[in-house]
Design a protein around this ligand. Structure first.
Ligand SMILES: *[C@@H]1O[C@H](CO)[C@@H](O)[C@H](O)[C@H]1NC(C)=O
Ligand SMILES: *[C@@H]1O[C@H](CO)[C@@H](O)[C@H](O)[C@H]1NC(C)=O
Ligand SMILES: *[C@@H]1O[C@H](CO)[C@@H](O)[C@H](O)[C@H]1NC(C)=O
Length: 335
C-alpha cells in the first residue's frame, strides 16, 4: 500500500530523497525502511511513468533494485545500526558486600554499587543492566592455585564484574577500569586473644576469588608464618561460609577484606586483628573488571571522568554514606 502511495508522489519523493536520507541516519530503522522503499521506487522508475495507472501499480511494479537502494549515498546501514540499536551492557554485582550491595528491608537489592552504575552509565550515555551473581563466577581460587577467571566473565555471560581491584595475578587474566574506591584494608578475623603477628601453624580460611589470597598473605612482612603451607589453607565460597568456618573451628582464623566481613561479624564474638589496618602488596583499588577484549571499560572511564569532574561523584558518595552508612564505611577515591 505504501508503494502505491509513493508512486503518486514520485516527483515529490525524488526531490526529497536527499532530505529523507539525512533524517534516515538520525532516526533510523522504522523510518529507514519506509525511506528505503520510497527512494528505491523513485530511483528505479522513470519519473511520472506510473502516475496514470495509479491503483494498478502495486501488483505490476518491479521490485526495487537493492544495489541502488543500499548504496552508501542513500542509506548507510552500518552507521544507522550503530546509532540505533543501542548496545546493552550487563554488569555483575555480588549479593551481600557491606554498604556496596545488600538487600533492604523489603528484599530489594540496593547499595553504592547500584547508585554508581546508574550514575556512570548515564554520564557515559550507555545502557547498563545489573545481573546478580555469585562472586566466584567472576573469579575464583583454590588451595595452592593462583586466581582463575570465573566462568561468568570468561564465557561472556556479562560484560563486567563490579568492584574488583587489580592485583598482579588478576591483570594476567582480566582488564580493569579506573578505580572508584580507595585501597581496601585487610584483617585477620578470629576470636579474642588471637595473635595476628604470628600465624605459624594456624589453619587459615580464605574466600575464593577474593584478593585476600595466599599471595597477599605471603606479602604481609609484619606477620611471622605468612608462607602458609597449602595444607593449612581452606577456601570458603562465600563470606557467610567463612564466618561459619571460623565459628565452628574448621579454621583458626579467617583472612579477608574489611568491606566483606565487617557487617557479618556484627553480633558474633569474632573480632578483627590487628587494630591497625594491613594492605596487600601488589594490589590496587576497586573498579570494574572485564575480559581483555571488551570495550566496556573505555566507556565506563569516560562516564566516570565526567562524573568526577562535575563534582557529582563526590555528591554521590556523600549521599551514599547517608543511605548505606549503617552497613559500613564507603571509601570513595578522592575527587
Ligand atoms: C611463632 O609461633 C611459633 C609456634 O607457636 C613459634 O615456634 C615461633 O617461635 C613463633 N615465631 C615468632 C617470630 O614469634
Ligand atoms: C563448619 O561450617 C562449614 C561451613 O558452613 C561446614 O562446611 C562444615 O561442615 C562445618 N564443620 C563442622 C565441624 O561443623
Ligand atoms: C550491628 O548490629 C546492630 C544491632 O543489631 C546495628 O544497629 C548496627 O547497625 C549493625 N552494624 C553494622 C555495621 O552492621
Amino acid at each position: 500500500m505504501s508503494d502505491a502511495r509513493s508512486d503518486s508522489n514520485v516527483n515529490h519523493a525524488t526531490k526529497t530523497t536527499q532530505a529523507t536520507t539525512t533524517i534516515t541516519i538520525a532516526i533510523c530503522v522504522p523510518i529507514a525502511i519506509v525511506a528505503l522503499i520510497i527512494s528505491a521506487v523513485a530511483i528505479s522508475k522513470p519519473i511520472g511513468s506510473d502516475i496514470t495507472v495509479q491503483g494498478e501499480t502495486t501488483g505490476t511494479q518491479q521490485t526495487p533494485q537493492p544495489e541502488v537502494a543500499y548504496s552508501p549515498s542513500t542509506y548507510d546501514a552500518s552507521r544507522c545500526q550503530v546509532s540505533n540499536r543501542k548496545r546493552i551492557y550487563t554488569l555483575a554485582i555480588g549479593f551481600d558486600i557491606g554498604p556496596y550491595e545488600y538487600s533492604d528491608d523489603s528484599g530489594f537489592q540496593v547499595g553504592f554499587g547500584r547508585d554508581l552504575i546508574d550514575a556512570v552509565c548515564q554520564e557515559a550515555g550507555i545502557d547498563c543492566r545489573i545481573v546478580r551473581e555469585p562472586t566466584t563466577n567472576c573469579m575464583f581460587s583454590e588451595r595452592g592455585q593462583p586466581h582463575r577467571g570465573g566462568i561468568g566473565l570468561m564465557e561472556g555471560w556479562y560484560d563486567a564484574c563490579t568492584g574488583w581491584l587489580t592485583t598482579r595475578q588478576r591483570k594476567q587474566i582480566f582488564a580493569f577500569s579506573k578505580p572508584f574506591l580507595k585501597p581496601i584494608e585487610v584483617y585477620f578475623y578470629a576470636f579474642p586473644g588471637f595473635n595476628p603477628f604470628n600465624i605459624t601453624g594456624k589453619k587459615i580460611g580464605l574466600i575464593s576469588g577474593l584478593f585476600t589470597n595466599e599471595a597477599c598473605l605471603a606479602g604481609l612482612d609484619q606477620v611471622a608464618g605468612r608462607d602458609v603451607p597449602h595444607s593449612n589453607v581452606f577456601h570458603a565460597q562465600t563470606v557467610d561460609e567463612l564466618v561459619a568456618m571460623i565459628q565452628n573451628g574448621t579454621v583458626d582464623v579467617g583472612f579477608s577484606a574489611r568491606t566483606a566481613l565487617a557487617t557479618k561479624i556484627n553480633g558474633t564474638n569474632i573480632q578483627h586483628f590487628p587494630s591497625d589496618p594491613m594492605f596487600c602488596k601488589n594490589a590496587g583499588q576497586p573498579g570494574m573488571m572485564t575480559r581483555k577484549d571488551n570495550d566496556f571499560n573505555s566507556k565506563w572511564n569516560e562516564g566516570f571522568e565526567k562524573l568526577v569532574s562535575s563534582g557529582r561523584f563526590k555528591r554521590l558518595c556523600d549521599e551514599a554514606r547517608i543511605k548505606h552508612g549503617h552497613r559500613g564505611e564507603i571509601e570513595c577515591v578522592d575527587a
